[in-house]
Design a binder for this molecule. Sequence first.
Ligand code: ZN
Length: 315
Amino acid sequence: MSAPCDLCGADDLRAYVTDMYAHAGAHYDLHRCGRCSLVQVRPAPSEEAIASLYDDDYFDEDYDSCLSADSYFDSFDRLLERYGRLLDRIEARAPVGSLFEIGCAGGYFLKLARDRGWKVRGIEITEIGARHARETLGLDVERRAFPDPSLPEERFDVVYMGHVLEHVRSPAAAIEATTRLVRPGGLLVVEVPTYVDSVYFRTLRLGLPVLRGLGLDASGLLRALKFPAEGETLSPYHLYEFRVRTLRRLLERFGYEWLEAESRVPKPDGLAEARGALNRALSLAFDALDQGALRLGLPGGNVSVIARLRADSEG
Ligand SMILES: [Zn+2]
């Protein structure tokens, strides 16, 4: 029993990583499409399994892909720099106008955008995130999944979805649905992790016995890099793994023109604060890889893309 590839429809999935995730007694593999190379979780988790992943602990557990020990709600200062840079890039391409965020978590990006003059709205799947955005920040945010056919008919100059696409059951259905939210000629901004389908992940996997021997399990670094210790598991929060090429193909399929992409190598918080020669060396290595991704176009651990909905596109 296999479902065809969500991106290209081919029925040609091949094992990429076996036993990557486990949740509620079930085990999950990653498969790669032989035609378009999109990586997808198989078997697809049930609706109940997915619903149970997004309870109130979500922002303590998976938020920021385990890179930070802090909860999202304690991370405003750290996020400000990242969000500010993204808004700089958006504002270089579009005058300040209306902005909609899909999956806005506790609303910090929307708050920053509002402070800079944008008229903002958003949706968020978790109750705790939506409530924080509404009650603490006073934002116009509804608790909703995406896609949601009952979303009001309104078009926005900019639609942003950061670290959402890898969580949804069908990225193709999600991107198709964004074409009814972005005004023709408007911008779609998408950020996804690209780490698990990268040379970094594959190389670390090969070197795992050596890394364990160095004692990195104890520092929590390997878990942040998606290699849990013996007896621990990761949950299938990410149903898809992208690389720049698969994301581009997905956006172009639904009428978007690819304008720019910025790859980065985010550093786990633990390393930034860690002491000891090995950790300092690793911290410098992360910085070097990040600069390589940013300035030289080398592969990164995540990518943020700005695309324009073609004016002749039918939504
Ligand atoms: Zn495919």
